[in-house]
Design a protein around this ligand. Structure first.
Ligand SMILES: C[S@@+](CC[C@H](N)C(=O)[O-])C[C@H]1O[C@@H](n2cnc3c(N)ncnc32)[C@H](O)[C@@H]1O
Length: 256
């Protein structure tokens, strides 16, 4: 994919992880369909059509979501939750190419935002620290934005360091419950007492299953997302839906 050097490039979320499953299901479905048509067998034809629908539907849903996506609206809500005085020191965890980071930076007055990511190219097409820095430069916010390499499971900052941690569409990337709890504990560690965690998430919902069928199970349930906060001592202040997406604002308790 080519990118213009003068325009920011924020990448496409892609499904490389799931491509083998899609290809296997699709090929299997096509083979059964060819067999069914040549043998004139009704039950096998029904099975073949079902397999093809189960493969094609989630793929079409995935493409449709990219046509319909409205990151402006999603990130606006995140910024509203994260930036109150404009002087905050903010960590954008799982910042990727810095779309969320530059959105936040544009609302700051004297604060600073630091983007941290492992820059996985499996999660985001063309993901790289250098390209994130270039995006901040193009957006004119490189003086208040810094990007670093770092893992959400071992955040490279001291305790009680940040006023706000933002995590925009990161949690589903962390594949086991155990690791997600570890990430939440790390977020709690680097947040100052009373600091906010502002997360953009796409919880499982009826609309998600309608769009992706079985692939909807890839998304995490809202109960699980709230339970993660509960288990790690966060107090949930706000849950706000925006179409299929949601912003959850929670607070690290003040010390007593
Ligand atoms: C869906 S992208 C979202 C990127 C960005 N927040 C945005 O809204 O455009 C998820 C990001 O999480 C990052 N990621 C996945 N696992 C991570 C980990 N263990 N630590 C830090 N970042 C991680 C990926 O590299 C990817 O950039």
């Amino acid at each position: 994919m080519t990118t213009k050097e003068s325009e920011p490039y924020y990448g496409w979320v892609h499904v490389l992880d799931w491509l083998p499953q899609f290809i296997l299901l699709g090929l299997g479905g096509l083979c059964v369909l060819v067999f069914a048509i040549s043998s004139n067998d009704v039950p096998v034809t029904v099975l073949a059509v079902a397999i093809n629908v189960l493969t094609g539907w989630p793929l079409l849903g995935y493409m449709y979501s990219w046509v319909r996506i409205n990151p402006g609206g999603w990130y606006d809500q995140i910024v509203r939750g994260a930036v109150v005085s404009g002087n905050e020191l903010i960590l954008d965890l799982g910042c990727g190419l810095g779309r969320s980071t530059t959105f936040i930076a544009k609302s700051l007055r004297q604060g600073q935002v630091i983007g941290v990511d492992i820059y996985s190219k499996r999660s985001l097409w063309g993901n790289s620290l250098l390209r994130a820095r270039k995006n901040a430069e193009i957006e004119g916010v490189d003086d208040i934005v810094d990007f670093q390499y770092g893992d959400a499971l071992a955040i490279p900052f001291p305790d009680d360091h940040f006023d706000v941690v933002v995590s925009a569409y990161l949690t589903h990337e962390i594949r086991t419950r155990e690791k997600r709890v570890k990430m939440m504990k790390e977020i709690a560690r680097v947040l100052r007492p009373g600091g906010l965690l502002v997360s953009g998430e796409i919880p499982r919902s009826r609309a998600i299953f309608l769009r992706y069928l079985w692939f909807g199970y890839w998304f995490l349930s809202l109960n699980h997302l709230l339970d993660l906060r509960d288990q790690t001592g966060f107090e949930v202040l706000q849950e706000k839906w925006m179409s299929n997406s949601m912003v959850i604002i929670s607070k690290k308790p003040n010390l007593t």
